[in-house]
Design a protein around this ligand. Structure first.
Ligand SMILES: [Mg+2]
Length: 495
């Protein structure tokens, strides 16, 4: 291959060479691409803060949420035995649907077909799922259902299942909708009244994982001429405290976190930020005043909206890449209501990708079994046709001994094929179970369901241009990287 020294070819070849480096990056640390994205065209990179720049210790956060919620439930008159019931913070995953009418927790594929479900910790049999959810389309957007789509909300599902289980075991009359409603209110209250934020901010090392590669990643983007902004729903005091912890003093050239970012917007009220025209405010001498345009470098603004931000930054739509973790608030809304490009942070992706790798042999075997089943089904249809044909001829020619013998032979063949089909089905079921267990003991893969995308995976596929497990994975890529999407299959399964 000739070196990239011919002037008219230098740009595309540069992109090509950076792409050649990608296979050396471990799969769990890669940036996967659903829609082609040339970083060269991106002028501004914006970041959400919580669960994006700030990686939380999920187990500690879940425990804190559950403890705070439990205290508030007891204060509302819930029985005191709740404090000692078993719960599992590993039970829920993102993308689950709560059916408040029956107290079930469900997983769906991209066609809203419910494929797995639990009531408390009891797995719902297929027949029960079929009866409840397959005859009519599940209307996930109605008040009967609640969609668990953030890591914050996992504790709600964990607590809900535990309480449903405990009430059922004690034979207590249960209003499943009421319980969920109360849990939601108590968690919201624990956020609003500062129970959770105060606990986190007073012990950041316990709740937040500081990523040593975050500062170098931001620096690399800045060095390539990108401008950076923060757009978070968190309030100013919390944002300042968190960002200081994450970035201050991490790199000599940047004494303060503010040096990394051209603009910071707090209390943004996403997703309303993308849809409504709220005023953008600036803090001057401890008083909030309407922001002046253009926005000033290093300043912290509050609220506002998409149009003001674009005006303030002096760029439009597809020159902005927004990195966030919330499929609805960050990714779906910015995609639907603007031309922003999107990158989604999916912390679970590291486990997901590793699980996928350990299943390679099982996937090969599953494919063999699928082919075998297809062949057997062909054989079955052939023998069934032959059997029918012989029966018809026997009825026409009563007493034809040779036809009778042939029919007996076909009948045996039919039984043999049916037996082998059954074996194949049993083995396929075992394979499916084994694959699921490598991903997650209750729900299997986060992004897939059987051969389909899960409903969560489908949203990632549809709305996230890029997806990766953490912001600092970008460090291994050129800031001018041309991210290319594969065809058909999801990005994390290729290669
Ligand atoms: Mg977030």
């Amino acid at each position: 291959m000739s070196p990239p020294d011919s002037p008219q070819l230098s740009l595309p070849l540069e992109e090509f060479y950076t792409r050649l480096l990608v296979p050396t990056i471990g799969r769990s640390k890669r940036v996967f691409c659903n829609r082609n994205l040339r970083m060269h065209h991106i002028a501004w990179v914006g970041f959400d803060m919580d669960y994006t720049l700030a990686i939380y210790n999920q187990a500690e956060m879940d425990e804190l949420s559950i403890r705070s919620t439990m205290t508030k439930l007891l204060a509302r008159g819930y029985p005191s035995f709740l404090t000692s019931i078993p719960y599992s913070i590993t039970f829920p995953v993102r993308g689950l649907l709560i059916d408040k009418r029956y107290g079930h927790v469900l997983k769906m594929d991209r066609y809203k077909h419910v494929s797995k479900g639990y009531h408390g910790f009891r797995e719902l049999p297929k027949e029960e799922l079929r009866e409840l959810y397959h005859a009519k389309k599940v209307r996930a957007a109605t008040p009967r259902y609640h969609w668990i789509d953030t890591l914050y909300a996992l504790s709600e599902a964990a607590l809900y299942s535990a309480i449903v289980e405990a009430f059922e075991q004690r034979g207590l009359a249960t209003d499943f909708g009421r319980i969920f409603h109360d849990i939601r209110e108590c968690i919201d209250e624990a956020h609003r009244d500062g129970t959770i934020l105060n606990a986190v901010s007073s012990d950041l090392p316990r709740y937040v994982v500081r990523d040593p590669d975050l500062a170098p990643t931001l620096h690399k983007l800045r060095s390539a001429g990108k401008k950076l902004f923060v757009l978070t729903n968190s309030h100013r005091w919390y944002t300042e405290k968190m960002m200081t912890y994450l970035l201050d003093g991490q790199m000599g050239e940047y004494p303060s976190w503010r040096n990394f970012f051209d603009v910071t917007i707090v209390a943004a009220s996403k997703p309303a930020f993308f849809q409504e025209r709220r005023p953008m405010m600036a803090n001057e001498n401890d008083a909030l005043k309407p922001a002046q345009f253009p926005l000033e470098r290093g300043h912290i603004y509050q609220g506002g909206n998409l149009a003001d931000l674009e005006r303030g930054l002096g760029v439009h739509g597809d020159q902005i890449l927004y990195v966030g973790d919330h499929i609805y608030g960050d990714i779906l809304r910015s995609k639907k209501d603007s031309a922003w490009r999107t990158a989604m942070i999916i912390q679970e992706l590291e486990t997901e990708v590793l699980a996928h790798e350990t299943c390679r042999e099982d996937y090969v075997r599953t494919e063999q079994l699928e082919e075998m089943r297809e062949r057997l089904e062909d054989e079955l249809r052939f023998y069934q046709g032959r059997f029918k044909e012989l029966t018809r001829r026997i009825e026409q020619n009563k007493g034809a001994v040779d036809l009778d013998a042939e029919r007996v032979r076909i009948k045996r063949a039919l039984e043999r094929v049916r037996g082998r089909l059954k074996q194949v089905d049993v083995e396929m079921g075992m394979m499916e179970r084994r694959i699921d267990l490598r991903f997650h003991p209750y729900w299997g893969s986060l992004l897939k369901e059987g051969n389909e995308q899960s409903s969560f995976g489908a949203q990632v596929d549809e709305y996230a241009c890029l997806y990766t497990s953490r912001v600092s994975n970008l460090l291994a890529y050129s800031p001018q990287q041309f991210f290319r999407s594969p065809r058909d299959e999801m990005a994390h399964e290729i290669g």
